[in-house]
Every structure is written in structure tokens, then in C-alpha cells.
Design a protein around this ligand. Sequence first.
Ligand SMILES: Nc1ncnc2c1ncn2[C@@H]1O[C@H](COP(=O)(O)OP(=O)(O)O)[C@@H](O)[C@H]1O
Ligand SMILES: O=C(CO)[C@H](O)[C@H](O)COP(=O)(O)O
Length: 517
Amino acid sequence: MLISCALPISINLSGVSRFSTHDAHTTFVTETPPHVVGGFRWGGGQYSRSNESVRSSKAKRFQYAVRSEVQKVKGDMGGPSDDGGLYMGFDFGTSGARVMVIDEKGDLCADGKRMYPVVPEAEWASMWKDTLFSLIQSLPAEVLSRVVAVSLDGTSSTTMIVDRKSGEPVTRPILYNESRPQALPFVEAIAPPNHTVSTGTSTLCKLVAWWIEGGSELEKDVLMLHQADWLLSLLHGKLGITDYNNALKVGYDPETEDYPGWLKAQPYASLLPQVKEPGALIGHVASDIASAFGLREDCEVYTGTTDSIAAFLAARVTEPGEAVTSLGSTLALKLLSTSRVDDARFGIYSHRLGDKWLVGGASNTGGAVLRQLFTNEQLKELSSQIDPSQPSPLDYYPLPRVGERFPEADPNKESRLSPRPASDVEFLHGILESTARIEGRGYKALDELGATPLKAVKTAGGGAQNVVWQKIRERVLGVPVSASEQTEAAYGAALLALYGRRGWVQTAQENLVSSTS
Ligand SMILES: Nc1ncnc2c1ncn2[C@@H]1O[C@H](COP(=O)(O)OP(=O)(O)O)[C@@H](O)[C@H]1O
Ligand SMILES: O=C(CO)[C@H](O)[C@H](O)COP(=O)(O)O
């Protein structure tokens, strides 16, 4: 049965070795997958802090409402039709990047994936740019010519300092999990106690570290951007625009929808980007980009988000108490909560989502450690020999390198992976179980600080395919654990383009359309 994308072909560009130029993989969907009309009702919930400040008219713009149940193809989602337009979302994760193209019903039409090649730090930004353009080029002309909206997610607090005019990076990007503890005293001196920025891995610490180490001399010539902002600017040609998810860790307050006074008073405040809500229209793709890649001149670019929030959007979690664990290279927890919780001592912060909050944090444990020890094939083979009903007696703290962000913010925390048993099955069991325990500690910490109690977990990321791990996690967490139907953050980024473009923006609570009401 052909899908609404009506793509006549199926191509599989087989991958090449991981460290070659690109691990190419592009497939076009020719079967109609059980399509989901993504999303949930962002609105109507009560939460404890300053409801009025969020329920401002401006805030109401963020309350999306879309059908929250799986629908067959014929479901009419309402909203203006795009006459067969397609929506393209990019995910720039920790180990690679993906693109997904969906139609207005949420059916997947095409996707592509590139593992990042190993390049020197100074070439990270140009490698990301090459990866973005090669992903676009991997899609067929008839798909690209139908794309009407684009969005993109990147790793949170990956920080870039770029030339204010050319957009060229003036220094290498500082990655999401890098720490700049030397800036912490300066940040703690200006920010409220235990503020989200008061941790070495925050975007603000990275900006301040660069500033105090000589960057201040460039004040008039540079801007600070996040990875997602910079990559999107390559498509729309404007500089200095971000979203309030990416801006959280530089100090932006999504509740007041502004940078706080203590941050605006700083000499480096002039480097801070303008903040819009996720899925906000930035503009059309630049004409040179449109002509180079066969995109429509009127293809629109929308602000993005972070990778774990895109994974949350893809999972279509609808109720407070439901959570999404992104089991990618890292372990990122996102709990939908009616109350906001922030405490830098534990690496806990809240992202805004309409009038609710995504409470959580990101641990450095997760798939990156597994990748250091096992191939994906070994993971499958060894996992199949584990009995998930039996706890492992091994007590590890698996980290890919020194430093942890959540549920303890400790830049000096060392990995613990000993004693290593002779059996690799027992070793992997210990790692999966210990990672599940860290996940459990994370959700317990959110509960103890007043977030909506956990009632179910969906899983995104590469680890979501591991059913044995899922059963271990279910035993450890004590709530139902399942894999998201869409585990790819790129699908969430495509939904963001769809919601932004289709005007799924409601101007008043009473106009919210939702099947959950
Ligand atoms: N069967 C498996 N069980 C557990 N983890 C897996 C399995 N297959 C792959 N992974 C892990 O998934 C991770 C990649 O997930 P992905 O979401 O692509 O990461 P990211 O987007 O953070 O780079 C790798 O670190 C890999 O070790
Ligand atoms: O671990 C990460 C990279 O994969 C990011 O830190 C993750 O996105 C969590 O950050 P946020 O909660 O701001 O999305």
C-alpha cells in the first residue's frame, strides 16, 4: 500500500566502515507504516509556579494541541493543508546525524543517517556542515522539491562562538559534556543559588571561560550560538537566533521569556542570541541553499530544540508522570511534570513545554560506554543470553570518561567497571543493570524534589532496541517501560517543523483541539 508520500522507489545505500568519510544509509519508505499523528495536548495542566506568568497571551502561543492517539491514514488533522508538502527534521546527536522527512499526516517518507567521521577538534564545525549538506543531498529530488518546512535539534549546551558577520566559528565548538569548572566561581557569583547554569558543563560556564581567557577582546565581532542554531543558520542565512530549550543552559528563563537581569548586566550579554519558542518561524531557506539542493524558494525554517527534547516529541508522551529516557550515547531523562524543578547540585533542570515542564537531567553514562566495549552485534548477542529477571550482583558506575552531570553533578567522578567477570554476558549484565540503577536514582531525585510522580517510561535512542535492557529497567524502576514507536529524535524535529508550519498554535486555551479533553 503506497503511502501518501507516493515514493516509487526503495534504495538502501549500504554503509561503509564507521570511520570512513560517511557511513551512508538512506532509505525511502514504500510501505505505509502504522502512522501516528504525533503530539499531545500542551495545555490545561496546572502547575505550581507562577501559572499566570506562563499563561500570558504570549505563553498561550506555545500551547499546541494535536490528536494524541495513533490514527490510520485517513485521519484529518485539521489545520491548513500544504497540498502534499513534506516536513524535514534533522537530529545532530552525539555520535551521528539523521534526517527524517514526513508528510502532514506524520507518515515517514524518507530518512538518512551519517555517523560522524573522526576529525580533529578544529574541524568539528565544518564536519557538521558537511554532514548536514550530505544528508540533504542523500534525499531524492522529488522529496526535496516537496519540503515546505525544516527544523533541527542538536546536543544541548554544545556552544559555539562565531563571527558576527560571516557566522564562521572563531574557536572550536565546546561539546555538551565538556566542563569549564574554571568559570564556575564567576557564574555562581552572579546566578541565584543552585541555578541551572551553576555547573561546569553549562553553556554559561563555557561562554564565561572563553570570555575570561581572552575572548572579551572580540566582544564587538562575535556571537554565541548553540550547535542547532548554527546549523539552522546555514540553511536560512540569519545569525543570532535560538530557541528557549537550547537557551536554558546559558541562563534564559522560559517562564519570564527573557534573559534574567543578572545575566543581561554582564559585559558578554551582547553575545547572547535572540530567543524564540521551539518551532517558531525564522524565515525561508536562503536562495543559494534552495537552488543548490533543489529546495523550494519558499521552504520555511523553524527554530529547533535539543536532541533529548526532540526524542521526547517523537515519543508523543501525553500525560504528566509519563517520561522519556533517551538511551543514546548518554542517558537523558525527561519527565512530563506539572511542577517545575531545578537544582544544579544534582544536575536537575526543567525545560518548558507549553504550560507544563520537562523535568530531568542528562547523565554521561549510557551508550558511549557500551560502544567503547562492544560492537552493536556483540550487544545483541550477549544481551540475548542475559536473564533480565535476575538482578546482577555487580555494582558499576559506567562512564566513558571522567565526569558526571546527573544525578550527581561531579566533574571529577571516575568510571567504575570492576571487578570484571570472566563472562562477557555477566559483565554486560552488570553494566545494563548498573545503568538502570542510575536511571532509577535520577527519577527518584526528581520525585523527591517535587516533580509529578513517575508512572511510565518510554525509551528513545539506540538503546531502545534492547528488550532485555528494557525488562531490567522495568524491574529496577518499578513502572512500565516500553520503546517509543518513533525512537529517532529526527522524527521529533520533523514534527516541530510540522507543528510550526501548520499553525498548530492556539491563541487561547479554549481553542485547543484535543482528543484527550
Ligand atoms: N542492542 C543494543 N543495546 C544497547 N545499546 C545499543 C544497542 N545497539 C546500539 N546501542 C547503543 O546505542 C548508541 C547509539 O544510540 P544513538 O541514539 O544513535 O546515539 P546518539 O544519538 O546519542 O549518538 C550507541 O552508543 C550504542 O552503543
Ligand atoms: O546528553 C546530551 C547530548 O545527547 C544532552 O545533554 C541532552 O540533550 C540533555 O540536555 P537537554 O536536557 O538540555 O536536552
